[in-house]
Design a protein around this ligand. Structure first.
Ligand SMILES: Nc1ncnc2c1ncn2[C@@H]1O[C@H](COP(=O)(O)OP(=O)(O)OP(=O)(O)O)[C@@H](O)[C@H]1O
Length: 331
């Protein structure tokens, strides 16, 4: 079995619009290791959901793949598979929980009817597979089977999220991609859901990909972190490497802008300005107009990807010099 669970190479994806194709993902390449938790961090609009949707093969207009490849589990070439072939592996090899999935449970169907629909779509009967359903519920800590006879409005936010996770794991996939799994939940429930995800990941040896704008949450749970900015992955590596010494200034500034008890009373570095957008896309490094360490060279040409270790990489021509400038500017 391959050590790489999802391999994305030179992915260029955009959206069709009245003005032509608006390019969003720009040469995105990443190898996501199996049996680990990989966090994909980035601010709203950086392209995280576009990446997840493309990995799942949900290629429907206006989304448009210009080039690149996505190989899942070493053998599924997602972008060249038919709809039927993709439907076969969705749920059984790779599952995806989109943003706010807990709110899209059908309000007029009991939980068991939702399970029935999911199983039926896979040609499976609910009653013949009732133990599969019970197991899935137990895995997510819903031991009271009465939950099956309840409507979504009778469940708390945390319970709904557990039901959604149980559905995504019903057919025992090897890979689970969750988009913003804790958004909209209160802090205690967020913690419980993260603890549950970590437990399930370990027990099932799952490859778990968590997408979030909440970098602090991702650093709590992930083994690897990819940092997205303006449709690119600007840095990727082990969470502790990034925490100890980010190679990209954007990662450093994102991490430094998270308030902690220790930073109380201190001025937190902020990221000046705004992303130019996908239409007026920067010519050089995508972060250069906001980067306090950028030089003219950074603004003129995109940086090469610098690879290190097995999976890690960064896109910054100013590393390691910019680290010395941090000391002068902020420390
Ligand atoms: N269906 C669509 N049609 C046109 N543009 C889209 C569509 N979906 C996303 N986009 C654009 O693609 C860019 C990336 O969006 P995407 O949803 O992938 O980002 P994200 O990082 O997941 O953000 P968020 O967390 O807010 O969902 C944004 O500029 C967005 O406006």
């Amino acid at each position: 079995m391959s050590e790489i669970s999802i391999s994305v190479k030179n992915l260029n994806v955009g959206y069709l619009s009245d003005y032509g194709i608006i390019k969003v993902l720009r040469d995105v390449s990443i190898d996501i290791p199996e049996s680990k938790i990989t966090g994909i961090a980035g601010e709203s609009g950086s392209g995280k959901s576009t990446l997840a949707t493309t990995i799942m093969g949900f290629i429907n207009p206006p989304l448009y793949v210009q080039r690149g490849s996505v190989i899942v589990d070493g053998k599924y070439d997602i972008l060249s598979m038919s709809r039927d072939e993709l439907n076969k592996i969705r749920g059984s090899v790779i599952s995806y929980v989109p943003q706010a999935a807990q709110n899209s449970l059908n309000p007029i169907r009991k939980v068991k009817e939702t399970f029935t629909d999911i199983l039926k779509a896979k040609g499976m009967d609910y009653y013949a597979n009732i133990n599969v359903v019970y197991n899935a519920l137990e895995e997510v800590g819903l031991t009271d089977r009465q939950v099956l006879d309840m409507y979504p409005f009778q469940l708390s936010g945390g319970m709904k999220q557990r039901v959604v996770i149980a559905i995504s794991l019903l057919l025992n996939p090897k890979i689970l991609i969750m988009d913003e799994p804790t958004t909209g939940l209160d802090v205690v429930v967020q913690y419980e859901i993260l603890k549950l995800l970590k437990k399930i990941q370990k027990e099932k040896d799952l490859t778990l990909v968590i997408i979030s704008h909440d970098i602090a949450m991702l650093f709590q749970i992930s083994d690897y972190i990819a940092v997205m900015y303006g449709g690119q992955i600007v840095e990727y590596g082990k969470y502790n490497t990034l925490l100890e010494e980010a190679y990209h200034p954007y990662t450093y500034l994102l991490l430094s802008s998270v308030p902690t008890v220790r930073s109380r009373g201190k001025k937190l570095p902020r990221i000046p300005g705004d992303f130019e957008g996908f239409i007026r896309y920067p010519k050089g490094c995508v972060f250069s107009s906001r980067c306090p360490f950028a030089t003219i060279t950074c603004k003129e040409a995109p940086p090469q990807t610098v690879a290190y270790d097995k999976f890690g990489f960064y896109k910054c021509i100013r590393y390691p010099e910019w680290r010395n400038e941090v000391k002068k500017a902020y420390e």
